[in-house]
Design a protein around this ligand. Sequence first.
Ligand code: NAP
Length: 300
Amino acid sequence: MTTLPTPARRTLGNTDITISPLAWGMWRSEGSADDLAALLNTALDAGIDLIDTADIYGFNGSDGFGDVESLLGDVLAADALLRDRMVLVTKGGIMPPLPYDQSTGYMQSALEKSLTRLGTDVIDLYLIHRPDILTHPQELARFLDDAVTSGKVRAIGVSNFTTAQIEALSHFLDTPLAATQPEISPLRIDAFDNGEMDQAMRMGVTLMAWSPLGGGRLMRPENERDRSVARVLGFVAEEKGIDRAVAAYSWLMAHPAGIVPIVGSQKPERIAEAAQAMEISWTREEWYRVFTAARGAPLP
Ligand code: NAP
């Protein structure tokens, strides 16, 4: 049986920024600055140093835009050592209720506001959250290049972009994209064969997987397909003596693209346990068992 390599620390895209093979995200963060500080410290202490937020996190449909960034800014202000322990990722470009604006004026202002809320001089990785169909990729590329040249951003990337949108944006960029962030999980396998992973590997772009547990449905299945994928993942997890969530993260991490799952849990014990995924290896047979269950049909 061939064993696939276990994930290691790596560089973010083609940059010299080193990252853990697992990230932690704040989409579901709520509560006080003390609560957030405890979760962040749990992630960092467990060796997870790629930390994902966005300007829209905290928005509840009518207000709260920027609230999670502000809370993180408070946490960073209270502990001078924290900022240097993490690779800080934030995103912009969604503007409720529009829903998207990536015109230069809007993006310049969005980036300034993120820097202010976070209380930092530089964002390590700045992502365009979702594509704005009404902004020409040349205009967006100019904004992103300028953000890097000005020193406000160290690396750039996109989220929820199609391969064609990534190709078009890259054509106009001087700075190579360092990351892309699609939804990937055993319940969402489109990226494995729709060209997204092949493109990321060809371009040397880091793939960050959002909702690696299908938003929690792998742990609390909601329909027959969820149940059948969770069941097969559970069998393999049991054989390996690990939790199903850890199996899901490490299954993604075993892919040669070097997928970095973003742990979404807001429970310290689950964040700490997630770090076990950095030690788990998969055989090809085990990996394909889960992939086949995810497809819902045998491979040809
Ligand atoms: P996820 O890991 O798929 O789902 C997290 C949810 O699963 C939480 O509600 C969590 O609850 C639950 N969960 C985790 N472990 C569990 C367990 N053992 N048993 C039962 N429930 C469990 O990830 P996600 O939160 O949807 O997304 C992760 C991150 O991806 C976000 O924080 C954000 O940074 C990023 N993201 C990006 C985009 C984008 O468009 N770029 C979109 C969505 C998310 P507990 O908190 O109670 O553990």
